[in-house]
Ligand binder design. Structure first.
Ligand code: ARG
Length: 751
């Protein structure tokens, strides 16, 4: 079943073609903003009149003449169920709308016929699934890259938005019938990991020293003396001396080989409980971070082992170099890029361990948030080191003459990007120390997704790649997309079939028919063989003071703690509303309401703006909040429970319905809104904006409320009751589907 909006758009556009002698006219049908003037409004006449240089209201009249039921009002005299009735005698919209009205300089207002609404509503309510919403004609393969936390650090509220907006986009696109491939592009070999690995070394040494782990005391000291230069220097010196001694002592064959303590320590760690280690990891990260910040400018040097460049096949292939003490973790990070090198075995073990534990932790958060991201969806930055993917990004861009050396680094200079000084802005793909960057892994990932991404044991080529990150990464993605296009890496199925002209072949599926959003990269002329890149951005989460949300001590708010607090507060709401519930019920309701409130509040905001995080607002029973929606749902379900108590057999009444009796204004209003669910879903998916959907659900709940105030349901007369039961049932099902299936928020049967 097509949505009403689509039917109207198609039919009216056709009439506009006919009347104007043009092709490809667009009716621009939009839902009316004011119900007094009708249900839909046609906005496309004026632009057409402008193009034809004619008078818009005359043009509108000509169009309306073809839309309306014929002059004699024949339609109403005929049997309305006569399917042979055709548009020629009834006007193009005769079966859908009352006589269209011209408004203003050339708008056309449309009001749906109640018969049409009834018919539509019956079809929707009988559709066994999906509310009769049709799947897209040409499903695409869409990669959605979202969440992507930098592991080894606790997830914070900044990760919330990418994670839940991305999840909602996936659900919407899947519901529309697309093949969705979720990708969690975790940051798993950046500086945070270097710090944690160094932190684990400290953990090992702290165990050797015994007692309360020294790093806990050190953290306190570093904080206390943060503003006292001399004392801070003393603390740093003390840490440094201990570090040097510990390092010198930990070897078996060669100075600094770590085989006496660190190696065995890592092996033991594998068998310890994850949660214990995880807690330590976050502290250790903090420790190294704080320490390295404090060390700046003190001039302390430390030794580290590096592989000799000239390699002479015996054991002497290492040398010791002296580096500033505060750069040690960066040095370890660099080793991560050669993680598969057997000389970096300890680092690899530590990395593997930290990665595993962090991922397990993230998965727990996803589960709590009801976000469909599984381990199989993880392909972090480190994945692209394999099969020389990073090496070939750099090589291929060099060969193509697109990448060049600039101040030691390898860069591409995409056109149109300038520094503040007006110089060409580099997209750096390899640093002077040969390290690869975020840009390099992103290019490799993009290429992989376009040429053949493996997923659930199949290989796909993305028709579209959607990246969900905060708006601050806008330029990164603009440049990424531009570089990919310069290199031709957006072209699917390139050069694999040499027999095809220019290496291009028809690529099934990808139809860049129209731009879905303002930032969709559409190129019609290529006939859909190019992958479309979309950057879906969002604003920041702010505290009540309007500044980025932080704890009182100025740290990032941990996502876990935020969720815990939401649940705790929701629990109080439940306690107030319904003290008689059992402990288990209270717990599960508090969980659904708390998590739901955090998610829903995020979704209701226009994603591109910042929003102020407020527990009070998101947990309010009034306004467009999760508890309001969950309550609205539970209330409808309670009507049904009451029906049961009064021996009203809802199922039988619904099954016996042949037609509906919709007469009261609020009834008509609700009915007309119910049939617009598909429109809400498609606009939400089309613009990647969950707030369109939440706005629809909220309006629906409000319309239901008016209906329920005006119209008795269980006490209605026998000719009205089935209709009203159907309205209740369909409203509940729609809310449930929207909340649960599309937003991943639990509904509750009673509250
Ligand atoms: N790890 C990145 C961050 O925390 C997000 C990754 C987004 N995805 C991507 N392909 N770059 O900012």
């Amino acid at each position: 079943m097509q949505s009403v909006l689509n039917i109207l758009e198609a039919r009216i556009s056709e009439v506009m073609d006919e009347v104007s002698g043009q092709t490809g006219c667009v009716a621009l049908v939009r839902p009316a903003t004011d119900a007094r003037f009708g249900d839909y409004q046609v906005n496309g006449v004026m632009p057409l009149a402008k193009k034809l240089k004619t008078n818009p209201s005359e043009l509108a009249q000509k169009i309306v003449a073809k839309l309306r039921p014929c002059e004699l009002n024949l339609f109403n005299q005929l049997d309305q169920n006569d399917t042979k009735l055709n548009f020629a005698t009834t006007g193009k919209l005769g079966d859908i709308c009352q006589t269209p009205e011209i408004a203003g300089a050339g708008f056309i207002n449309l009001r749906l016929k109640t018969d049409f609404v009834v018919d539509n509503l019956l079809q929707i309510s009988r559709a066994s699934e999906n509310f009769g919403i049709e799947k897209v004609e040409k499903p695409k393969t869409i990669v959605v890259d979202f969440s992507g936390p930098n592991i080894a650090k606790e997830m914070h509220v900044g990760h919330l938005r990418s994670t839940i907006i991305g999840d909602c986009i996936c659900r919407l696109l899947e519901f529309e019938g697309h093949k969705v491939i979720r990708q969690n592009h975790i940051g798993d070999w950046g500086t945070a990991l270097g710090k944690v690995i160094l932190g684990l070394w400290h953990m090992c040494m702290a165990e050797k020293h015994g007692g309360k782990p020294y790093y806990e005391n050190d953290i306190e000291d570093l904080k206390i003396y943060a503003n006292n230069k001399q004392e801070l220097k003393n603390v740093c010196n003390r840490i440094y001396i201990r570090h040097e001694e510990d390092w010198e002592e930990d070897f078996i064959d060669k100075r600094g080989d770590g085989n006496k303590r660190f190696g065995p320590f890592l092996n033991d760690l594998k068998n310890k409980g994850d949660s214990k280690i995880w807690e330590n990891i976050t502290i250790l990260y903090q420790y190294v971070n704080l320490l390295e910040e404090s060390l700046v400018g003190l001039g302390l040097m430390t030794l580290t082992r590096v592989k000799k460049k000239s390699y002479n096949n015996n054991k002497e292939n290492f040398e010791y170099i002296s580096i500033p003490y505060e750069t040690l973790s960066r040095h370890i990070t660099a080793m991560l890029q050669k993680i598969d090198d057997k000389d970096n075995e300890q680092e690899k073990n530590a990395w593997t361990l930290v990665r595993r534990i962090s991922i397990r932790y993230c998965q727990k958060v996803y589960k709590r948030l009801n976000v469909k991201l599984k381990s199989k969806d993880i392909r972090g930055e480190s994945y692209y080191r394999r099969k020389k993917r990073l090496v070939s990004v750099v090589e291929d861009l060099r060969k193509a003459g697109l990448a060049m050396e600039s101040e030691g680094a390898v860069c591409v200079f995409p056109e149109g990007f300038k520094t503040k000084e007006g110089k060409p802005l580099p997209f750096i793909i390899q640093k002077s120390d040969e390290a690869y960057l975020y840009q390099t892994t992103d290019l490799a990932a993009l290429r992989y997704r376009v040429t053949g991404i493996e997923y659930e044991r199949k290989t796909y080529k993305a028709d579209e790649i959607i990246y969900v990150t905060d708006a601050r990464q806008k330029q990164h993605f603009q440049m990424l997309f531009e570089v990919a296009k310069m290199a031709g890496w957006d072209i699917k199925q390139r050069t694999e079939d040499p027999s095809s002209p220019k290496g291009l072949r028809g690529a099934g599926g990808g139809q860049n028919k129209e731009c879905r959003t303002e930032n969709a990269e559409c190129r019609k002329e290529d006939g859909g063989q190019r992958t479309e890149f979309v950057h879906v951005t969002f604003g920041s989460v702010l505290g009540e003071d309007g500044k980025p949300l932080k704890t009182r001590s100025g740290e990032n708010v941990k996502l876990k703690e935020l969720l815990d607090e939401a649940i705790e507060r929701a629990r109080k709401v439940v306690e107030e509303k319904n003290p008689g519930l059992s402990e288990d019920e209270k717990k599960s309701i508090a969980n659904a309401v708390g998590i739901g409130a955090v998610k829903y509040a995020d979704y209701t905001n226009n994603r591109t703006s910042d929003y102020i995080f407020s527990f009070d607002k998101m947990l309010a029973m009034e306004g467009n909040t999760a508890p309001y929606m969950q309550y609205a749902y539970a209330r409808i379900r309670s009507i049904e429970r009451k029906a049961g108590e009064r021996n009203i057999d809802i199922e039988r009444e619904l099954a016996g319905i042949k037609t509906l009796s919709i007469t009261e204004p609020s009834e008509i209003d609700l009915a007309k809104y119910l049939i617009r669910y598909g429109e809400a879903v498609s606009s939400s998916a089309g613009d990647y904006r969950p707030n369109y959907l939440t706005a629809y659900l909220y309006d629906l709940a409000q319309k239901f409320s008016s209906f329920y105030n005006d119209c008795p349901v269980l006490d209605a007369s026998a000719d009205k009751r089935p209709t009203r039961l159907l309205l209740c049932d369909l409203t509940a099902r729609t809310i449930e589907h929207g909340l649960h299936n599309l937003l991943g928020i639990e509904v509750i049967e009673q509250m």
